[in-house]
Design a binder for this molecule. Structure first.
Ligand code: GLN
Length: 239
């Protein structure tokens, strides 16, 4: 079997080790004999069809450059979403999955509305460890690190990834973290996220295989002793 991933603008949005998410997906596929094609997409490149798409985080300046480019591909990426391609956006990339990101100063950045959500810059920067309780993963926790001033509000059919146990999450008010609509996932968890949350990495791989081959897959278990030890050491860890 083979999966392909389009990495959206890694030269601009790749903060706090977000590339580690690509490495985790690549290795967890290869360790199971699933071929994994990596396609880094730059400004001006045309975007090919992929089974997964990843976009990392970045500062407001880089977000502006990427937002303009992403918007040119909004129709194509919406079609990909509706074909159940799997998207993962981290922080700044997640914010661009919504309708817009209004920075503290300057013009509103238009998002590509893959999910019904919007983000406005807050006065306070949320920085620290995060633990989230989900209802779709086993074990049911996600751990990571947040560093954002954006406040994201989910609307309509967009559901959170989970409920905040430690940290601020989407906006520090409604105890939600991240967002999901169809197979589009966004989160504020840097870290990088997937190496510390093998449960979520495998969940995304299974969704991508189902999208590509039209049937449900249950991946063979890997020896995740180190990953689980790291994950468990961070569950509940405060600032
Ligand atoms: N610039 C955005 C914010 O501060 C995203 C930052 C990030 O990607 N870590 O909310």
């Amino acid at each position: 079997m083979k999966l392909s991933i389009g990495h959206l603008y890694p030269k601009l949005l790749n903060l706090y080790g977000d590339m580690g998410n690509i490495i985790a997906l690549t290795k967890r596929c290869e360790w199971r004999g699933i071929e994994f094609e990596y396609d880094p997409i730059g400004i001006g490149d045309s975007i090919k069809e992929h089974d997964l798409y990843f976009i990392g985080g970045g500062q407001d300046k880089q977000q502006q450059e990427v937002a303009d480019e992403l918007y040119k591909n909004k129709e194509f990426l919406t079609e990909e979403r509706d074909k159940n391609a799997v998207f993962l956006g981290i922080c700044g990339g997640y914010q661009l999955f919504g309708h817009y990101y209004q920075p503290f100063e300057g013009d509103k950045l238009l998002g590509i509305s893959l999910m019904d959500a919007y983000t406005v810059a807050g006065k306070k920067r949320f920085i620290g460890n995060v633990t989230v309780e989900t209802d779709f993963l086993t074990p049911n926790t996600l751990v990571g690190f947040e560093n954002h001033s954006g406040l994201t509000y989910l609307q309509g059919d967009t559901k959170p990834l989970g409920r905040m146990i430690v940290g601020n999450g989407n906006n520090g008010e409604d105890k939600s973290e991240g967002g999901r609509y169809k197979n589009v996932f966004g989160t504020y968890l840097h870290g990088s996220l997937l190496p510390k949350n093998p449960n979520f990495a495998d969940y995304l791989i299974e969704l991508a295989l189902e999208k590509k081959y039209g049937e449900k897959f249950e991946l063979k278990k890997l020896d995740d002793e180190l990953e689980n030890k790291t994950h468990n050491s961070l569950v509940g860890k405060a600032y």
